[in-house]
Ligand binder design. Structure first.
Ligand SMILES: [Zn+2]
Length: 243
């Protein structure tokens, strides 16, 4: 919603989020999504019960398989806004690439091959309210039986190119929105803190990269997944030698 915070006198635009799938109950101020925590538990339990393939599928999902293939669609915004909007989205992606030390590779592809589709619109709404950005995503492990599992991550991000009053969204605000929504894809939860990219967007003071706290929260979760994955890969190799 485009609301005027009278105390601080700032214009705020909400960054909306929507989940497909299970309900979530957030522990206070955990910057990592409860769903991610849950998946780490599932991976750990699968590993401990010897279901190595399942554990690996879950850790792959948590680690986004080290690659996000994305597309950017600017068809619905005016011509003159297309290059700058695309460039702002790229800046958000660069910010994440840098924050994660290149551990997650972002590759731009055709929409049909993308698991993350980024779309610009002049107006973006969530449940009727004007929002700066909006993300819908799905993280799922398919169980095909016989010990075969495949992880699937997909997401759609909508970003606003115009403010609710019809001006062009400032570049920094688009970067903030894009960075925020990509953060959800990577496993972060909304932050209550100004100064966090997962926090509220202040149009005049946008945050253009994840904060140290956000990066370390995400990295800590990824590290746990990485360790489970490595243990499982080693177990798998050891099993292989027995044959
Ligand atoms: Zn959010």
């Amino acid at each position: 919603m485009n609301s005027l915070n009278t105390k601080a006198g700032v214009l705020l635009l909400t960054l909306a989020t929507t989940f497909i799938g299970s309900a979530h109950a957030a522990a206070p101020y955990d910057l990592v999504q409860p769903k991610m925590r849950e998946m780490i538990k599932v991976a750990n339990q699968a590993m401990n019960s010897g279901n190595i393939e399942k554990a690996i599928a879950y850790t792959d999902l948590i680690l986004v398989q080290s690659e996000i293939k994305y597309s950017i669609n600017t068809d619905n915004i005016p011509d003159y806004q297309r290059d700058s909007s695309r460039s702002a989205a790229h800046k958000a992606i660069d910010a994440w690439t840098e924050a994660l030390d290149g551990e997650v590779k972002f590759t731009e592809v055709e929409p049909s091959q993308a698991n993350l589709r980024i779309k610009f619109e002049t107006d973006v709404r969530s449940v009727g309210s004007e929002v700066a950005g909006y993300a819908v995503w799905q993280r799922q492990v398919y169980d095909w039986g016989n010990g075969n599992y495949s992880p699937k991550l997909s997401g759609d991000i909508s970003l606003r190119s115009k403010t609710p009053t019809g001006r062009d969204m400032p570049e920094g605000a688009i970067i903030h929105s894009a960075c925020h929504e990509i953060g959800h894809l990577l496993g972060l939860w909304d932050s209550p803190n100004f100064g966090d990219v997962m926090g509220p967007l202040h149009l005049k003071k946008p945050i253009t990269k994840p904060s140290e706290a956000e990066v370390s929260a995400l990295q800590e979760a990824r590290q746990v997944a990485q360790e489970i994955s490595q243990t499982c890969q080693a177990q798998k190799a050891a099993n292989g030698y027995k044959h």
